[in-house]
Design a protein around this ligand. Sequence first.
Ligand code: HEM
Length: 426
Amino acid sequence: MNALADFGRQARGDVVRIHLGPFRPYLVSHPDHVQHVLRGNWTNYVRDGMFWKPLERVAGNSIISDGPGWESSRKILQPLFTARYVNSLAQGMVKAIEECLEELTPHARDGRPVDIGEELARMANRAVIHVLFGDKIPLKDAERLAPAYATAASSFTFRLFMPFIPYSVPVPGDRAFTRAVKTIDSVVVPLVRQALRDPGEGRDIISALARARGQEGDGSGEQQMRDDLVSIYGAAAETTATALTWLWPLLHAHPDVTARLYDEVDEVVGTGPVDPEQLPRLRYMKAVLQELLRLYPSGWMFPRMVVAPDEIGGTRVEAGSQVLISPYVTHRLDEFWDRPMDFDPERFAQDTGERRHRYAYFPFGGGPHVCLGLHLFYVEAPLLLACLLRRFRPVLVNPGPYTAVPAGSVRPKETVELRLLPRDTA
Ligand code: HEM
């Protein structure tokens, strides 16, 4: 991971080629060039080719693909992920998160450390499941989804890094991957069928989608809904949980930030309960999250295939070649960030007036494919932190260092363990 960032830093924003065996994608990191690919000339840079193939096998032709299938999904899904719509689901998310935290209380009492990566995944999973499926999914099915996704994500890493190996040649992870997709389908497909038969009035995404897709009446609804739900779940749960896992080593290394964050939670939330209406007042927390995503943007790399020959910053890129966009790299460029390796939420705290290029910071991508879950993240993540911090004072067991490894999202190689001291005794 750091080799990639170093490579980008040495290139100082120039377009450079990376040598991955027979395969030589372009690394594009200058904000002007990122803007060109994601927005200015975005129709020439599509999600296709070897990097996207493994994803297609789980997500089908959906919101995370490209072309007409993506466009129709985006049109239907966009209104369900506005700040307003997401806010209307916030109370339910608090309930889901609090239920998970309740289960941690015995750990806190006994002083047993918890694997916070795993716990955050469980919480993000429940919150996202609530948003997507409301109360339509039995708990035992919901609990089968997370491990199946984890298997799918880890078992396609080999293909991600060896994209030139054809699918007719079996590679490690293929069988586990197929089994995981089967499990995901066995949970999601019956729910889609049921929702299409009877969408009801719920605000959860599956009901809203069933109402929208049902009206199309062309029979394509079922597959498209399955593909979209599976894609959204995949894009939502892991990204949020892995990003928040990085927070704890950073807070441990920055007691001043921690103190300010805790003060804010004490002042706004107190001992709770957490009310979504408090979110706008958790301003420092938002700056902490923004800075967290600068250093550890879960979507650390997203590729595009060049449709017609083009020029990016004076470098000619050929049709059919791949262009890699990486916020992990751009967010670490000295040319655009002062002390880029330092964790400093002040950069985002209000009124500092720091001016920067729109594409110097893009943890959620940009242009027409900009992350659909941006508002959801800024509701779910602060709720999750507020719920956690109103109960506990987390103490990092191993101060690190933690190594960033590239997987579906950028995660720490080592387990991050926390001791959760009950807040009133800390
Ligand atoms: C830390 C949290 C997250 C990060 C860093 C993140 C990052 C990103 C990035 C970089 C993209 C653009 C990919 C590209 O251009 O190819 C993207 C797209 C997307 N994200 Fe997120 N995401 C996060 C959370 C979520 C959540 C909570 C959802 C749930 C709805 C979500 C759903 C999506 C979807 C559906 C797309 C595809 C949008 C499209 O192409 O039209 N993401 N995300």
